[in-house]
Structures are given as structure tokens and as C-alpha cells.
Design a protein around this ligand. Structure first.
Ligand SMILES: [Fe+2]
Length: 126
């Protein structure tokens, strides 16, 4: 069974899909079951450049040390999800765009996710 807002990837063609409505069926692409993306978080290798970092001026920066932004290695998107999962904001980035985004309100509580084309999905909570 899928869960609201889960992200699944096709290991063959690279399709990534997000669950908008939960269901019982298995998600399949290129004739293979899709892989559920499980977010990495703090205390893992490479966290300095991947964990979403909340700056003093209310922006989300990818990595306390800014993540690379090259065609070969970059952040594909940044997504914020409110505590009640009722509001989602996704910002897609061009490969060479600086991975800083999504100005937020000071008192908001949410999760911030980012997807690196090489190192996968990462999360942090505010
Ligand atoms: Fe990366």
C-alpha cells in the first residue's frame, strides 16, 4: 500500500512519481516495481552538503556547505511539507542553479526535502 506524498523511482528509466492519493496496487515502471525513496537525514555520511539548512534570512539552503550545482551533480528539487501534510511546495531547480529556495515564515513547522541526482532524497525538520 502506498502512502500520501511518498516518492517512488524507476531504476531503469529514472521516472520519479509522488503519491497524491493512497492505493493498494504496486507501482510499476519499465515492467519493474518502483523503488520507494527513503530520505537520508542528519548523522549520515555526506550530510554537510545534503541536509536542508535553514538560514538566518528564512531561506532553505541545500547543505550547511552549499551543494554542487553542475550538470553532472546537482539538486533536482526542494520540497516543503507542512506538519499536517496539507500544504506542499515544490521548487524545481536548473542543474546549474544555486540550491537555495523556498522562503518560509519564521514560526512555521514543516519538513524540507531535497533530491540530489546522485545521492538521493534528504530531509530536515523545522
Ligand atoms: Fe549530492
Amino acid at each position: 500500500m502506498t502512502k500520501h506524498l511518498e516518492l517512488y523511482k524507476c531504476e531503469v528509466c529514472g521516472n520519479i512519481v509522488q503519491v497524491m492519493n493512497e492505493g493498494f496496487g504496486e507501482l510499476v515502471c519499465c515492467n519493474k516495481p518502483m523503488t520507494l525513496l527513503k530520505p537520508h537525514s542528519k548523522d549520515e555520511e555526506k550530510m554537510e552538503k545534503h541536509v536542508p539548512f535553514f538560514t538566518q534570512d528564512n531561506k532553505i539552503q541545500i547543505g550547511s556547505e552549499l551543494h554542487p550545482a553542475t550538470v553532472e551533480h546537482h539538486i533536482d528539487f526542494i520540497q516543503t511539507v507542512t506538519e499536517d501534510k496539507m500544504r506542499v511546495l515544490t521548487t524545481f531547480l536548473h542543474p546549474t542553479e544555486e540550491p537555495v529556495s523556498n522562503i518560509y515564515e519564521e514560526d512555521e513547522h514543516f519538513k524540507a526535502f531535497e533530491y540530489c541526482n546522485i545521492h538521493g532524497l534528504w530531509v530536515n525538520e523545522k
